[in-house]
Design a protein around this ligand. Structure first.
Ligand SMILES: CC(C)(COP(=O)(O)OP(=O)(O)OC[C@H]1O[C@@H](n2cnc3c(N)ncnc32)[C@H](O)[C@@H]1OP(=O)(O)O)[C@@H](O)C(=O)NCCC(=O)NCCS
Length: 175
């Protein structure tokens, strides 16, 4: 991938999206281990991903390709809320081929740090299913607090599931 990273650390790079990412995004988001954890219910087509990529040019929301050792590994997003409240929601998926290698935690650390130190957000939050231990590990590792449990808030894999809200404030962020 011939692109300069927008954010980077020793373990992971976050790259601006470009058109060549569409196929990877389509195949990743349709993977059962991904879609069942992020609430995608309909098959996603190349056109859906192309729309996402082209929408980045006109949006304040941030979507970045997660790259590990030069390979596409997943996507991470920061959706910005009201400009007075200065909050943002992080969303992420990592392709199962890369699970457990630190991409999720590394990418989240970079984007949350950017949200607080460059965008001057006041609060960042994330949502996850109560059974999604990998996701919860990320937010706990980064110092997020579990703030709410919405009982039976979503239906996944044959039953209703609780949804957990995790959040962190700017003055709590330790980087
Ligand atoms: C959640 C997700 C982003 C984690 O990505 P990752 O690159 O595997 O994350 P990391 O390698 O940084 O690991 C994070 C933690 O999850 C743990 N983990 C990784 N895969 C796991 C698995 N299959 N089951 C349980 N824990 C797992 C790791 O051990 C680590 O925990 P630790 O810090 O206590 O050791 C990834 O599993 C994923 O994309 N899942 C599907 C979509 C999703 O759930 N998105 C998040 C919605 S909020």
């Amino acid at each position: 991938m011939d692109r300069k990273p927008f954010l980077s650390s020793e373990s992971v790079e976050l790259l601006p999206l470009d058109e060549s990412d569409a196929q990877f995004l389509r195949d990743g988001v349709n993977h059962r281990q991904v879609r069942t954890n992020i609430g995608v219910r309909t098959p996603q087509m190349l056109a859906n991903e192309q729309d996402l990529i082209s929408s980045c040019a006109d949006s304040d929301d941030i979507h970045l390709m997660i790259s590990s050792e030069g390979e596409r590994a997943g996507i991470i997003s920061l959706e910005l809320g009201d400009r007075v409240e200065r909050n943002g929601e992080v969303g992420i998926w990592v392709h199962p081929d890369f699970h457990g290698k630190g991409c999720g935690t590394g990418a989240s650390r970079l984007l949350v740090d950017y949200a607080f130190t460059e965008l001057n957000l006041h609060r960042v939050f994330a949502r996850t299913h109560s059974e999604n231990e990998a996701s919860q590990s990320i937010w706990e590792e980064l110092g997020f607090e579990q703030e709410a449990r919405m009982r039976d808030h979503t239906y996944q894999r044959g039953s209703f599931r609780d949804v957990l809200y995790y959040g962190i404030l700017q003055d709590e962020w330790e980087g």
